[in-house]
Design a protein around this ligand. Structure first.
Ligand SMILES: [Zn+2]
Length: 268
């Protein structure tokens, strides 16, 4: 099913993208739209794949890529239609590859848009802009979709996707790296015994995906959280995934949850 829905959704997004770019008056906003389109189509492909219970991130990326490539063609066709409209005779002519190719050449020579100074952007500089745009429109979606898929956990027993839940307890980072090594090797007792750390200081964040139905599948993700000042002097989280997906046995997961349960403080 996703094999039909992803190209369909991407094509629709491509038409909207071309319209938005056509009417967009500011160059920075245009760039932002390009970025959003790349991220959104990739995310959408993963979303549709997950809905269709597709677990293979490589296959999802392939579908996302071919859809994005077709979407790129739709973007050009829509662009040509918006500019030339009635002169083309028929909407379908806007999607003729030979017409589009001619349109690309016109763009190369005369340009479609300009910067504040110095007329329209043309020639090789425009080709460079097109290449960057191609990266966001066609290369980014499969990468984003594969990223989302690889971060998703599926319980084969219950045929359903699981969500990560951030555990209430944050653990102190072990400066010797010993804790990380035992986690990588699936040795959990050091984690249970590790000292707590305040969530507003450097710590390890624990995320657990535990199937609520069969309770058999439990996957732990550990993220190292550091704080850094940005240019404005505000503290910003800097996250690094230390453990991507560690399979836990259900008892260890329960134990971890128990250790992590935050005591409710009564409202004052
Ligand atoms: Zn399950």
């Amino acid at each position: 099913m996703m094999v039909c829905w992803v190209p369909l959704a991407t094509s629709l997004m491509a038409i909207l993208y071309a319209i938005a770019q056509y009417y967009c008056p500011w160059i920075y906003l245009c760039a932002l739209i390009t970025l959003c389109y790349g991220l959104a189509t990739g995310w959408l492909a993963a979303r549709l794949a997950k809905r269709g219970h597709v677990r293979n991130s490589g296959f999802t990326a392939l579908v996302a890529f071919s859809s994005a490539l077709f979407g790129y063609y739709i973007v050009w066709g829509t662009h040509l239609f918006l500019w030339e409209g009635a002169q083309l005779g028929s909407v379908f002519n806007a999607f003729r590859p030979d017409y589009i190719w001619e349109w690309v050449q016109i763009g190369y020579q005369k340009g479609f848009w300009g910067l504040e100074k110095g007329g329209n952007v043309t020639g090789w500089f425009l080709v460079l802009v097109w290449l960057i745009e191609f990266g966001f429109l066609v290369i980014a979606p499969p990468l984003v979709s594969a990223g989302v898929m690889m971060d998703s956990i599926y319980c084969e027993t219950c045929s359903q996707w699981l969500n990560y839940e951030t555990l209430g307890r944050s653990v102190a980072i072990d400066p010797t790296g010993g804790l990380n090594i035992s986690l990588i090797n699936g040795i959990w007792p050091p984690l249970h015994a590790a000292p707590d750390a305040p969530a507003d200081g450097p710590h390890l964040r624990l995320l657990l995906a535990h199937c609520p139905h069969c309770t058999e599948l439990a996957v732990l993700k550990v993220v190292e959280v550091l704080f850094q000042k940005n240019e404005k002097g505000e503290l910003e989280e800097k996250k690094k995934t230390v453990i991507e997906q560690a399979l836990m046995n259900p008892d260890d997961a329960d134990l971890l949850k128990e250790f992590s349960a935050v005591e409710e403080t009564p409202p004052t």
